[in-house]
Design a protein. Structure first.
Ligand SMILES: Cc1cc2nc3c(=O)[nH]c(=O)nc-3n(C[C@H](O)[C@H](O)[C@H](O)COP(=O)(O)O)c2cc1C
Length: 250
Protein backbone atom coordinates (compact mmCIF):
# COMPACT_ATOMS: atom_id res chain seq x y z
CA UNK A 1 0.00 0.00 0.00
CA UNK A 2 1.24 3.51 -0.85
CA UNK A 3 2.43 5.56 2.06
CA UNK A 4 0.31 8.66 2.63
CA UNK A 5 2.54 11.63 1.91
CA UNK A 6 0.08 14.46 2.02
CA UNK A 7 -1.01 16.37 5.04
CA UNK A 8 -4.15 18.43 5.20
CA UNK A 9 -3.83 21.23 7.73
CA UNK A 10 -6.90 22.07 9.74
CA UNK A 11 -7.19 25.68 8.66
CA UNK A 12 -10.63 26.08 10.16
CA UNK A 13 -9.33 25.09 13.57
CA UNK A 14 -6.36 27.44 13.11
CA UNK A 15 -8.72 30.29 12.28
CA UNK A 16 -10.76 29.54 15.40
CA UNK A 17 -7.61 29.69 17.48
CA UNK A 18 -6.44 32.90 15.77
CA UNK A 19 -9.77 34.54 16.44
CA UNK A 20 -9.06 34.03 20.14
CA UNK A 21 -5.37 34.96 19.83
CA UNK A 22 -6.08 38.22 17.98
CA UNK A 23 -8.84 39.24 20.33
CA UNK A 24 -7.09 38.68 23.62
CA UNK A 25 -6.88 42.32 24.58
CA UNK A 26 -5.48 43.65 27.81
CA UNK A 27 -8.16 45.23 29.94
CA UNK A 28 -7.36 47.13 33.12
CA UNK A 29 -10.83 47.61 34.62
CA UNK A 30 -13.63 45.09 34.86
CA UNK A 31 -17.36 45.00 35.55
CA UNK A 32 -17.38 43.88 39.19
CA UNK A 33 -21.12 43.23 38.94
CA UNK A 34 -20.65 40.38 36.43
CA UNK A 35 -19.19 37.44 38.29
CA UNK A 36 -17.00 34.76 36.77
CA UNK A 37 -18.40 31.43 37.95
CA UNK A 38 -16.08 28.91 39.57
CA UNK A 39 -16.68 26.58 36.63
CA UNK A 40 -15.16 29.14 34.23
CA UNK A 41 -12.18 29.70 36.49
CA UNK A 42 -11.60 25.95 36.47
CA UNK A 43 -11.94 25.86 32.66
CA UNK A 44 -9.30 28.59 32.40
CA UNK A 45 -6.91 26.85 34.76
CA UNK A 46 -7.50 23.53 33.02
CA UNK A 47 -5.79 25.15 30.02
CA UNK A 48 -2.86 26.16 32.25
CA UNK A 49 -2.50 22.57 33.39
CA UNK A 50 -1.78 21.27 29.89
CA UNK A 51 1.10 23.65 29.16
CA UNK A 52 4.56 22.44 28.20
CA UNK A 53 7.40 22.94 30.68
CA UNK A 54 11.11 22.25 30.88
CA UNK A 55 11.64 18.63 32.02
CA UNK A 56 7.84 18.51 32.34
CA UNK A 57 8.45 19.94 35.81
CA UNK A 58 5.23 22.01 35.85
CA UNK A 59 6.71 24.42 38.40
CA UNK A 60 3.53 26.48 38.76
CA UNK A 61 0.64 26.88 41.14
CA UNK A 62 -2.44 29.06 40.82
CA UNK A 63 -4.21 30.67 43.76
CA UNK A 64 -7.74 31.80 43.01
CA UNK A 65 -8.50 34.87 45.09
CA UNK A 66 -12.17 35.11 45.97
CA UNK A 67 -12.22 37.37 49.05
CA UNK A 68 -12.90 40.98 47.93
CA UNK A 69 -10.89 42.26 50.88
CA UNK A 70 -7.80 40.33 49.79
CA UNK A 71 -8.28 41.61 46.22
CA UNK A 72 -8.41 45.13 47.64
CA UNK A 73 -5.27 44.58 49.73
CA UNK A 74 -3.38 43.33 46.68
CA UNK A 75 -4.66 46.27 44.58
CA UNK A 76 -3.53 48.66 47.35
CA UNK A 77 -0.10 47.04 47.30
CA UNK A 78 0.25 47.63 43.55
CA UNK A 79 -0.91 51.23 43.81
CA UNK A 80 1.70 51.87 46.52
CA UNK A 81 4.39 50.11 44.46
CA UNK A 82 3.52 52.28 41.44
CA UNK A 83 3.87 55.40 43.60
CA UNK A 84 7.26 54.15 44.83
CA UNK A 85 8.40 53.68 41.23
CA UNK A 86 7.24 57.16 40.34
CA UNK A 87 9.39 58.55 43.17
CA UNK A 88 12.37 56.54 41.89
CA UNK A 89 11.91 58.33 38.56
CA UNK A 90 11.81 55.12 36.52
CA UNK A 91 9.72 56.98 33.97
CA UNK A 92 7.60 53.93 33.39
CA UNK A 93 4.08 54.63 32.14
CA UNK A 94 1.97 53.35 34.99
CA UNK A 95 -1.59 52.15 34.62
CA UNK A 96 -4.18 52.53 37.31
CA UNK A 97 -3.80 49.48 39.49
CA UNK A 98 -7.03 50.24 41.35
CA UNK A 99 -8.70 48.25 38.57
CA UNK A 100 -7.23 45.10 40.11
CA UNK A 101 -9.81 45.11 42.88
CA UNK A 102 -12.61 45.06 40.29
CA UNK A 103 -11.53 41.79 38.66
CA UNK A 104 -13.99 38.94 39.15
CA UNK A 105 -11.40 36.41 37.94
CA UNK A 106 -8.33 36.96 40.13
CA UNK A 107 -5.59 34.36 39.99
CA UNK A 108 -2.17 34.71 41.61
CA UNK A 109 0.58 32.87 39.74
CA UNK A 110 3.12 31.13 41.95
CA UNK A 111 6.41 29.70 40.67
CA UNK A 112 8.57 27.15 42.43
CA UNK A 113 12.11 28.16 41.54
CA UNK A 114 13.51 25.17 43.43
CA UNK A 115 12.67 23.26 40.27
CA UNK A 116 15.74 24.77 38.57
CA UNK A 117 17.21 21.53 39.94
CA UNK A 118 15.20 19.66 37.35
CA UNK A 119 17.16 21.37 34.58
CA UNK A 120 20.83 21.01 33.60
CA UNK A 121 22.67 22.47 36.62
CA UNK A 122 25.76 21.43 38.56
CA UNK A 123 24.65 22.52 42.05
CA UNK A 124 28.28 22.84 43.16
CA UNK A 125 28.36 26.61 43.71
CA UNK A 126 30.92 27.09 40.92
CA UNK A 127 30.96 29.96 38.39
CA UNK A 128 29.93 27.51 35.72
CA UNK A 129 27.04 26.40 37.89
CA UNK A 130 25.91 30.03 38.21
CA UNK A 131 25.73 30.28 34.41
CA UNK A 132 23.71 27.09 34.15
CA UNK A 133 21.50 28.20 37.04
CA UNK A 134 20.80 31.50 35.25
CA UNK A 135 19.75 29.55 32.19
CA UNK A 136 17.69 27.18 34.35
CA UNK A 137 15.81 30.19 35.73
CA UNK A 138 15.02 31.24 32.19
CA UNK A 139 13.71 27.76 31.45
CA UNK A 140 11.55 27.93 34.55
CA UNK A 141 10.17 31.38 33.77
CA UNK A 142 9.37 30.40 30.22
CA UNK A 143 7.57 27.32 31.52
CA UNK A 144 5.39 29.32 33.89
CA UNK A 145 4.72 31.89 31.15
CA UNK A 146 3.65 29.12 28.76
CA UNK A 147 1.15 27.86 31.31
CA UNK A 148 -0.08 31.35 32.18
CA UNK A 149 -0.52 32.20 28.51
CA UNK A 150 -2.65 29.11 27.98
CA UNK A 151 -4.90 30.32 30.80
CA UNK A 152 -5.11 33.82 29.27
CA UNK A 153 -6.14 32.37 25.92
CA UNK A 154 -8.72 30.12 27.55
CA UNK A 155 -10.24 33.13 29.33
CA UNK A 156 -10.27 35.03 26.04
CA UNK A 157 -11.87 32.02 24.33
CA UNK A 158 -14.70 32.15 26.87
CA UNK A 159 -15.21 35.79 25.91
CA UNK A 160 -13.62 37.41 28.96
CA UNK A 161 -10.82 39.93 28.76
CA UNK A 162 -7.57 39.62 30.61
CA UNK A 163 -4.85 41.54 32.41
CA UNK A 164 -1.36 40.19 33.01
CA UNK A 165 0.26 41.96 35.93
CA UNK A 166 3.91 41.51 36.82
CA UNK A 167 4.48 44.91 38.40
CA UNK A 168 5.23 43.28 41.71
CA UNK A 169 8.47 45.12 42.34
CA UNK A 170 11.00 42.89 43.97
CA UNK A 171 11.61 40.80 47.08
CA UNK A 172 9.73 43.21 49.35
CA UNK A 173 6.56 42.39 47.46
CA UNK A 174 6.96 38.71 48.21
CA UNK A 175 7.21 39.47 51.92
CA UNK A 176 4.06 41.54 51.81
CA UNK A 177 1.92 39.39 49.53
CA UNK A 178 2.85 35.86 50.66
CA UNK A 179 1.15 36.03 54.09
CA UNK A 180 -2.08 37.35 52.53
CA UNK A 181 -2.32 34.13 50.52
CA UNK A 182 -0.55 31.65 52.78
CA UNK A 183 2.26 31.13 50.26
CA UNK A 184 5.31 29.36 51.77
CA UNK A 185 8.53 31.41 51.84
CA UNK A 186 10.33 29.26 49.30
CA UNK A 187 7.74 29.87 46.57
CA UNK A 188 7.58 33.04 44.46
CA UNK A 189 4.55 35.06 43.46
CA UNK A 190 5.51 36.06 39.98
CA UNK A 191 2.42 37.57 38.49
CA UNK A 192 -1.30 37.97 38.68
CA UNK A 193 -3.87 37.06 36.08
CA UNK A 194 -7.09 39.04 36.09
CA UNK A 195 -10.08 38.42 33.91
CA UNK A 196 -13.71 39.32 33.56
CA UNK A 197 -16.06 41.41 31.48
CA UNK A 198 -14.31 44.70 30.64
CA UNK A 199 -15.69 47.93 32.13
CA UNK A 200 -15.25 49.63 28.76
CA UNK A 201 -14.68 48.34 25.26
CA UNK A 202 -11.16 46.93 24.94
CA UNK A 203 -8.98 47.99 22.02
CA UNK A 204 -6.30 46.38 19.91
CA UNK A 205 -2.77 47.63 20.53
CA UNK A 206 0.05 48.07 18.05
CA UNK A 207 1.80 44.87 17.02
CA UNK A 208 4.92 44.56 14.92
CA UNK A 209 4.40 43.15 11.43
CA UNK A 210 5.41 39.60 10.58
CA UNK A 211 8.49 40.65 8.52
CA UNK A 212 9.62 42.75 11.48
CA UNK A 213 9.74 39.74 13.78
CA UNK A 214 10.68 36.93 11.41
CA UNK A 215 13.90 36.18 9.55
CA UNK A 216 14.25 33.27 7.18
CA UNK A 217 17.57 31.45 7.23
CA UNK A 218 19.56 33.99 9.16
CA UNK A 219 18.94 37.06 11.23
CA UNK A 220 17.78 39.93 9.02
CA UNK A 221 19.87 42.89 10.14
CA UNK A 222 17.18 45.28 8.87
CA UNK A 223 15.36 44.32 12.02
CA UNK A 224 18.32 44.77 14.33
CA UNK A 225 18.04 47.73 16.68
CA UNK A 226 20.98 49.49 18.23
CA UNK A 227 20.84 50.44 21.89
CA UNK A 228 20.29 54.08 20.88
CA UNK A 229 17.34 53.07 18.73
CA UNK A 230 15.89 51.08 21.60
CA UNK A 231 16.33 54.06 23.92
CA UNK A 232 14.54 56.25 21.35
CA UNK A 233 11.74 53.70 21.14
CA UNK A 234 11.36 53.65 24.91
CA UNK A 235 11.30 57.46 25.00
CA UNK A 236 9.11 58.18 21.98
CA UNK A 237 6.94 55.14 21.34
CA UNK A 238 6.55 52.99 24.42
CA UNK A 239 3.81 55.00 26.14
CA UNK A 240 1.85 55.18 22.88
CA UNK A 241 1.90 51.44 22.29
CA UNK A 242 1.11 50.51 25.88
CA UNK A 243 -1.99 52.61 26.36
CA UNK A 244 -4.42 54.60 24.36
CA UNK A 245 -6.10 56.58 27.02
CA UNK A 246 -5.65 55.21 30.50
CA UNK A 247 -1.91 55.63 30.93
CA UNK A 248 0.02 58.33 32.68
CA UNK A 249 3.79 58.72 32.64
CA UNK A 250 5.35 58.95 36.11
C1 LIG B 1 5.12 39.22 30.87
C2 LIG B 1 4.11 40.34 30.87
C3 LIG B 1 4.10 41.25 31.89
C4 LIG B 1 3.15 42.26 31.95
N1 LIG B 1 3.12 43.09 33.05
C5 LIG B 1 2.16 44.03 33.14
C6 LIG B 1 2.06 44.80 34.32
O1 LIG B 1 2.78 44.60 35.29
N2 LIG B 1 1.10 45.75 34.36
C7 LIG B 1 0.25 45.96 33.33
O2 LIG B 1 -0.62 46.83 33.45
N3 LIG B 1 0.31 45.24 32.19
C8 LIG B 1 1.25 44.26 32.08
N4 LIG B 1 1.32 43.47 30.96
C9 LIG B 1 0.37 43.71 29.86
C10 LIG B 1 1.05 44.44 28.71
O3 LIG B 1 1.20 45.81 29.00
C11 LIG B 1 0.23 44.23 27.44
O4 LIG B 1 0.22 42.85 27.13
C12 LIG B 1 0.83 44.98 26.24
O5 LIG B 1 0.71 46.36 26.41
C13 LIG B 1 0.19 44.57 24.90
O6 LIG B 1 -1.21 44.73 24.93
P1 LIG B 1 -2.18 43.51 24.62
O7 LIG B 1 -2.06 42.54 25.76
O8 LIG B 1 -3.57 44.12 24.56
O9 LIG B 1 -1.76 42.89 23.34
C14 LIG B 1 2.23 42.42 30.89
C15 LIG B 1 2.24 41.50 29.85
C16 LIG B 1 3.15 40.44 29.84
C17 LIG B 1 3.10 39.41 28.75
Amino acid sequence: MDEVTTFTPNVARYENLMEVVRNRLTTRAFRPDIAVPREHIEMVLEAARHAPSGANAQPWHYIVVTDPQVKQQIADYFVTEATKRAKLKMKFPTPNYRGLATAPGFVVVVADFRFVRAFPVLLDGSDLDRKYQANAERILLQSVAASTMSAHLAAAALGYQVWWVTAIGQDDAQKELRPLLGVPDDLAIIDIMLFGVPAKAPYKRWKKTLPQIVSWGKFDMNNYMTLDQIDDWVREARHKVMYRDEGKVD
